[in-house]
Ligand binder design. Structure first.
Ligand code: F6P
Length: 322
């Protein structure tokens, strides 16, 4: 009897820990008796049949590497019915029993479409943003916040030495999780996130003036990129308070580098679970973390869930920054 076959791809923005997840899929797949295929460049590579057979050694020494060895893309063609049909035809021709998609919710929407086209798909959440409603955790988040904290600690040195205000923009797309975790960990004076509207005059300017009058001469303000106007924020602070105010956009530095222990471990557990699901004949599921444990949900249901921002953490960050 022909061996059963699994394909694995990474899609959307790369995230530290994606390699550890690919390794887990390949090793678990082979352990359970599958042939495992790597798809290069996400859904673009699936459409182009840019696929190769992997073996145990294909994933040696990648567990601690950032980026993704399979490379990734945001495929415009795959967003069309014709693109989905092309990709599904490739999967049928190659007799894949399942495709494992490591990426964010955009990638899961693609997996849902591919499933509807008759190709069993399983999603694994991989994005630094931690912005997927159905899971408490996404692979890459821990590395990203640790990087943001390390970078902000370095910026603090010059901020204190020069009595400056440093406005630091972190990633996260429309989600403030990287910002709030970073702010809590560095003891930021203020944090701005897209989920919470603030009274800029009262919450930033007046608060800075009051702190200044009590002897505080340096300020670290963390801004989530989703707030959208970091340069303007800094300009306003400079104009209204007189503090020498600079902007640092951390950018892709947050997406790079060796994954932390947490990202590697979660990636291993989620990758293994995804293979188990295919082995058990499951389709259209996404692996998630719930109450700290690894479990899974139907993709459509997962995508319909609404994210709830942790307002308590925001409140505490504010209360600690007086
Ligand atoms: O989703 C991950 C992420 O890094 C976001 O934080 C950011 O908004 C986006 O990707 C940047 O995307 P690109 O890779 O297209 O620059």
């Amino acid at each position: 009897m022909a061996k059963r076959r699994i394909a694995v791809l990474t899609s959307g923005g790369d995230a530290p820990g994606m390699n550890a997840a690919v390794r887990a899929v390949v090793r678990a797949g082979i352990y359970f008796g599958f042939d495992v295929y790597g798809v290069n460049r996400g859904y673009s590579g699936l459409i182009d049949d840019d696929i190769y057979k992997m073996n145990l050694r294909s994933v040696s020494n990648i567990i601690g590497l950032g980026g993704t060895m399979l490379r990734t893309s945001r495929s415009a063609e795959f967003a069309t019915p014709a693109g989905i049909e092309k990709a599904a035809a490739v999967c049928r021709a190659r007799n894949f029993d399942g495709v494992i998609v490591i990426g964010g919710d955009g990638s899961f929407r693609g997996a849902l479409e591919l499933s509807r086209a008759g190709v069993p798909c399983i999603g694994i959440p991989g994005t630094i943003d931690n912005d997927i409603a159905c899971t408490e955790y996404t692979i890459g988040f821990d590395t990203a916040i640790n990087t943001a904290v390390q970078m902000t600690d370095k910026i603090r040195d010059t901020t204190v030495s020069h009595d400056r205000c440093c406005v630091i923009e972190v990633m996260g797309r429309h989600c403030g999780d990287i910002a709030i975790q970073t702010a809590l960990a560095v003891g930021a004076f203020a944090v701005l996130v897209p989920e919470i509207e603030i009274d800029f005059e009262k919450d930033i300017i007046e608060k800075m003036r009051e702190a200044d009058s009590k002897g505080k001469k340096h300020f670290i303000i963390v801004v989530a990129e989703g707030v959208g106007n970091t340069q303007e924020i800094a300009y306003r602070i400079r104009q209204e308070t007189g503090f020498d105010t600079t902007v640092t956009i951390l950018g892709y530095v947050q997406r790079g580098g060796a994954p932390t222990q947490r990202d590697r471990t979660v990636a291993g557990l989620m990758g293994y679970r995804a293979v188990e699901l295919i082995k058990n004949g499951e389709d259209c599921r996404v692996v998630v973390m719930k109450n700290g444990a690894i479990t899974d949900l139907e993709i459509g249901e997962a995508l319909s869930m609404k994210r709830v921002f942790d307002r308590d953490k925001y409140k505490i960050a504010r209360r600690l920054s007086i």
